[in-house]
Design a protein around this ligand. Structure first.
Ligand SMILES: [Zn+2]
Length: 394
């Protein structure tokens, strides 16, 4: 998936000279050079210890939020208070364990769910993805599933026990890039149960046969695509949900999952991209993606893109079917040693779901600050032992 990449756009300007030279230094300085015109959409890594996550001045409301998290309001418990600062790689990666603990903590004053309820909901849960890349949302769900089994086991049978919870079902994935598809086809959840996951390719291949010639021409003049195709897409006349499935080696039909996740192409909107916006050829697969949502109408959609993504596009095509809310998530706010602001839009089906809980309190509830640097991703062997303590992964 041709998306903005954190590491390739890493800001190395504040990098501290490592104490020894070696190939890693070469890699850090040359393979990941600083690019210009990046404002955080594409990711900006912290390399120096003098570049903490919180170097932006805080607004009054941010200060109030921090007071809540740091215990100035002692009634708030959970992840924010107990795992406030990330100091090393192990803590960096334990986000999901702490997050599951947070939502199952009976003492939390925020919405909680018992580990038993969470386990039973996961067992009947299903997900599909488009612009799937190498399966980040699916991996996230699998990690959550892992920790639900651990925490449920701990609660019911004591420390060291693991409960057996059936994994959520993966319905389909859609990925243009052949190398990424090869990764997806090795995904452990594929073919595991009686509902094996489908893996589709180029979204443009889902335009109806009678439109294929038009689409070919529009690839040369993509600035006309929205105007020409919008009505047909909105009327459900432009796309089909049947396509070649690389998992099964035959034509398969897309079916509805409970949650659909897609980080649609951001290259047309990101600051370091071409900035052609809706005039870029990426509008063509995006319109197919919209057409699929209009047919499948998954109960919940999660859409991710650059902060510059024009939200009216989702409103225009899907607003009559979905409650739409958006928030900007910043990786540094969750204890990651990198800045990456992304616009997340949650669409909740008006007919299939109840009134949704607010979307924007997620960042406040799961906030963590970060004291480690991005350098530790590359040069762990150069990090002083005391600082690297806890790196050993479980
Ligand atoms: Zn299939």
């Amino acid at each position: 998936m041709p998306k903005c990449d954190d590491t390739r756009n890493a800001d190395t300007s504040g990098i501290a000279e490592p104490s020894v030279s070696g190939p890693e230094v070469y890699m850090g300085a040359t393979l990941f050079p600083r690019t210009t015109e990046c404002d955080g959409d594409s990711g900006e890594a912290y390399f120096g210890s003098d570049a903490p996550a919180g170097d932006k001045p805080m607004t009054e409301s941010e200060k109030a939020t921090m007071d809540t998290m740091t215990g100035a309001h002692p009634e708030v418990r959970g992840l924010s208070r107990e795992k406030m600062v990330v100091k090393n790689m192990a803590e960096c990666f334990d986000f999901f364990e702490r997050a599951v603990e947070e939502v199952t903590d009976p003492d939390s004053i925020q919405d909680v769910i018992t580990s038993g309820e969470l386990a039973s909901r996961l067992e009947s849960f299903s997900i599909s993805t488009a612009y799937s890349g190498i399966g980040a949302p699916e991996t996230t769900l699998n990690i959550i599933h892992h920790w639900v089994q651990e925490i449920r086991g701990r609660e019911t049978s004591g420390s060291g026990s693991k409960a057996t919870v059936k994994a959520p079902r993966m319905v389909f994935q859609v990925e243009y890039d052949e190398c990424c598809r090869k990764e997806l086809l090795h995904y452990p959840s594929l073919h595991k149960d009686s509902h094996p996951c489908c893996c589709f390719g180029d979204l443009n291949g889902f335009y109806r046969p009678e439109l294929q010639e038009v689409v070919k021409q529009l690839q040369e003049q993509p600035e006309l695509a929205l105007e020409i195709l919008s009505k047909m897409v909105a009327d459900g006349e432009a796309v089909t949900t049947r396509g070649w499935c690389y998992a099964h080696g035959k034509y398969c039909d897309m079916t509805m999952a409970l949650l659909h996740v897609a980080g649609t192409s951001c290259t047309a909107y990101a600051a370091c991209g071409k900035q052609q916006g809706i005039r870029d050829a990426t509008i063509l697969p995006f319109l197919v993606w919209i057409g699929h949502r209009l047919v499948l109408q998954e109960p919940i959609l999660l859409h991710e893109n650059s902060k510059r993504f024009p939200s009216w596009l989702l409103q225009r095509f899907l607003g009559h079917l979905y409650h739409i809310e958006e928030t900007v998530a910043e990786a540094a706010d969750f204890g990651q040693p990198a800045r990456r602001e992304r616009k997340l839009t949650r669409l909740v089906h008006r007919g299939k779901c109840g009134v949704p809980v607010p979307f924007d309190n997620f960042a406040a509830r799961f906030y963590r600050s970060c004291e480690m640097t991005f350098r530790e991703y590359y040069w762990q062997h150069l990090i002083p032992e005391a600082q690297a303590l806890g790196f050993r992964m479980r």
